[in-house]
Design a protein around this ligand. Structure first.
Ligand code: IPM
Ligand code: MG
Length: 372
């Protein structure tokens, strides 16, 4: 298969983790005989520095002309420290989501059994966790009208949702639940927010077309607690933009390191794949960032194009690295391996398909488009 892949490494640790994901995609090309055409473009703080725009027109055009986008991270302490900054690196990511119409962000949350002691949560609590978060990505408070009074003392952010915005992601989430364990949890704040009550009405109506799926509602404050107390109760979690942002990081705790979590953002015409972690600027250039989230995001990219065997080879190689403790310091403080070495090990294991085939895959519940 020939695929044009836009690479947007962005800021902080983005470039170094992406370099490892590209190594892995190249190993897939070589092993399975595909042709991936990579083109790189700036986004975020680095793009502001180069062009004065967090999402330069050329970057957007490249993404539009590509079959898929692999995204690193955006963000920089100089902007984080400045609440007055008009231009922010994050605007590059938000505009990209909006302009490419990437309305659904999909995050598999699955506990790696070989890492169950890395999680701050008890092994008995996390064992068997396997759910997917469907987060709405192009609406809500992130994109509503923003106002700041002229004297700078009052501000507002508007949260708006329409029936069609809710419906299109709800259908994706119901279909996913149907292919999994037939349970969908809508997370909201319907005891307070009008938009949440609209979500409940629209989702309840859509549920009638998926009679095999059990729909339940959960307030976000309780959901935050339930994800930590009893994560195995979830199958598919559906939620709006801001609440989804928050519970995604909460759920990240289960896996032991946010450096392991991958995500896909999809729309009607485009798809983008990105690690869940942020730019982690303190670690940038130190060869210590965990490349696994970015590598697993590349695996989601492969799955998106139906390259399931290829995605599986990447996932198995990642699993192998975890099993052999070839990991970055977030997973083992005494490790002698850095970003580069972990990336090399994983890429080499993809090429070495015999090893993959002979591997015992007991713990890596693959298929159903979830990984880890
Ligand atoms: C994420 C990030 C972004 C978000 C930031 C960088 C704008 O936290 O992808 O979860 O809030 O959506
Ligand atoms: Mg976030």
């Amino acid at each position: 298969m020939e695929l044009k892949i836009a690479l947007l490494p962005g800021d902080g640790i983005g470039p170094e983790v992406m370099a490892q994901a590209v190594k892995c995609l190249q190993a897939v090309e070589e092993t399975f005989g595909h042709n991936f055409i990579f083109s790189e473009a700036p986004v975020g703080a680095i793009a502001i520095a180069k062009t004065g725009n967090p999402l330069p027109d050329e970057t957007l055009q490249l993404c539009r002309d590509s079959n898929a986008v692999l995204f690193g991270t955006v963000g920089s302490p100089e902007y984080d420290k400045d609440p007055y900054a008009k231009l922010r690196p994050e605007q590059g990511l938000l505009q990209l989501r909006k302009k490419l119409g990437l309305f659904a962000n999909i995050k598999p949350i699955k506990a790696f059994s070989i890492l169950d002691r890395k999680s701050p949560l008890k092994k008995e609590i996390i064992t068997g966790t396997d759910f997917i978060i469907y987060r709405e990505l192009t609406g809500g408070i992130y994109f509503g009208e923003k106002q700041l009074s002229t004297d700078g003392t009052t501000a507002s952010d508007l949260c708006v949702y329409s029936e069609s915005e809710i419906g299109r992601i709800a259908h994706l989430a119901f279909k996913s639940a149907k292919s999994r364990n037939n349970k969908l949890t809508l997370v909201d704040k319907a005891n307070v927010l009008e938009t949440s009550r609209l979500w409940r009405r629209v989702v309840s109506k859509i549920a009638e077309s998926y009679p095999e799926v059990a729909l339940e509602f959960m307030y976000v404050d309780n959901a935050g607690m339930q994800i930590i107390l009893n994560p195995t109760q979830f199958d598919v979690v559906l939620t709006e933009n801001l609440l989804g942002d928050i519970i995604s990081d909460v759920a990240g705790v289960i896996c032991g390191s946010i450096g392991l979590l991958s995500s896909a953002s999809v729309g009607e015409n485009h798809a983008m794949f990105e690690p869940v972690h942020g730019s982690y600027s303190q670690a940038a250039g130190k060869n210590m960032a965990n490349p696994v989230a970015c590598i697993l995001s590349a695996a989601l990219l492969l799955e998106h194009f139906g390259l399931n065997e290829e995605a599986r080879a990447v996932q198995m190689a990642v699993y192998q690295s975890l099993r052999k403790n070839i990991v970055t310091p977030d997973l083992n403080l005494k490790t002698k391996y850095g970003t580069d070495q972990v990336g090399d090990f994983i890429a080499n294991n993809i090429t070495d398909t015999d090893d993959n085939l002979s591997m015992n895959n007991e713990n890596i519940g693959l298929g159903k488009s979830t990984i880890i």
